[in-house]
Design a binder for this molecule. Structure first.
Ligand code: PEP
Ligand code: MN
Length: 338
């Protein structure tokens, strides 16, 4: 249920309603829009039949939210959410945010070299996995905390926002301590305990769509995070499993406008894990910006032939730099910045 307040509702009126909602055993989530405040109410709504909130001073209307995702929905917030990633970077606004970096953090000199190369192209967000969800237990599993330390050092040194995956509820505190954005990988999109745990933090969370999940299930996973009080959620389309085997996954470009119709959350595209081959990353990245993604996350490596994971789909800096120029032109053509 959503309580829409009148544009002239006073602070006292808003607080009075919030208190009443809490007394009724419901959880209020306040969203301050540009024109008016709205309060999302989560919990057993039956009690509202006895105490209709419409009669409270300052209330304009009370609307049911029909979608199963409430806080995530467009009904809860009409304008797109802008999420502050720290270090002066915000996602969800006019500027599309490009994130780049290796699949896995391998060592400090290599990460620094990659970070410097992408920074030169105007990128201010560096990605790198320290906990890697590998299909084989014999593949490189990531450097763990040592990797997070390397990422933090490089991020601080170059004033870049850092993104890294958290795979386990037991590591949420640790990862949150080192990174600016926590990534939930495709394989963990429906790890509900992990979603609840990151929902208890206030760190931005980049939630990747599960490889066999529909958009609405992705939104329900985002709802798990938001229902814990963490509203800093960024969705990510990274390709889904289909019968097509020319690419690693099939990039569902329609997921971007679909998610934007249903939700106020920013959504980015990961062309690298969709493509699976570096030669296809550029076209998919361009498609992502064209359909209105709020950003991209692209795997870049200075020595992809030596990469410990996903070298085949990693762009070398010179190709990444040319792509950035093309992306800038596309962004400009559709009234965005990059
Ligand atoms: C990754 O970003 O390196 C990754 C493992 O992605 P996904 O969870 O989308 O497969
Ligand atoms: Mn990868």
């Amino acid at each position: 249920m959503i309580i829409v307040l009148r544009p002239d509702a006073t602070k006292d009126q808003v607080n009075h309603i919030i208190e009443k909602v809490k007394v009724l055993g419901l959880t209020p989530h306040v969203s301050q829009g540009t024109e008016r405040t709205i309060i999302g109410v989560i919990g057993p709504e039956d009690v509202l039949r006895v105490t209709p909130l419409e009669v409270f001073p300052g209330v304009e209307s009370v609307l049911p939210v029909l979608a199963p995702y409430k806080l995530v929905s467009k009904e809860f917030r009409k304008e797109g959410s802008v999420i502050d990633l720290g270090k002066g970077v915000k996602i969800g606004g006019k500027k599309a945010i490009i994130m780049g970096g290796p699949c896995a953090i391998e060592n400090e000199p290599t990460l620094r070299e990659i970070a410097l190369a992408i920074k030169e192209c105007g990128v201010s967000v560096i990605r790198g996995g320290a906990f890697k969800p590998r299909t084989s237990p014999y593949s490189f599993q990531g450097l763990g905390e040592e990797g997070l330390k390397i990422l933090k050092r490089v991020g601080d040194e170059l004033n870049m926002v850092t993104v890294s995956e958290v795979m386990d509820t037991r590591d949420v505190g640790l990862v949150a301590q080192y990174v600016d954005v926590m990534q939930i990988g495709a394989r963990n999109m429906q790890n509900f305990n992990l979603l609840k745990e990151v929902g208890l933090t206030r760190k931005p969370v980049m939630l990747k769509r599960g490889m066999a999940s529909i958009v609405k299930e992705t939104l329900m996973s985002a709802e798990y995070i938001m229902s814990g009080g963490n509203f800093n959620v960024i969705l990510c389309e990274r390709g889904i499993r289909t019968f097509e085997d020319s690419t690693r996954n099939t990039l569902d470009v329609s997921a971007v406008p679909v998610a934007k119709q249903l939700s106020h959350l920013p959504i980015i595209v990961d062309p690298s894990h969709a493509a699976g081959k570096w030669g296809l990353v550029g076209p998919l990245a361009k498609a992502g910006v064209t359909v209105g993604a709020d950003g991209l996350i692209i795997e870049v490596h200075t020595h992809p032939e030596d990469a410990k994971s996903d070298g085949v789909q990693s762009l070398i800096p010179s190709n990444f730099s040319s792509l950035m120029k093309e992306l800038k032109a596309i962004a400009q053509a559709i009234g965005r910045e990059l």
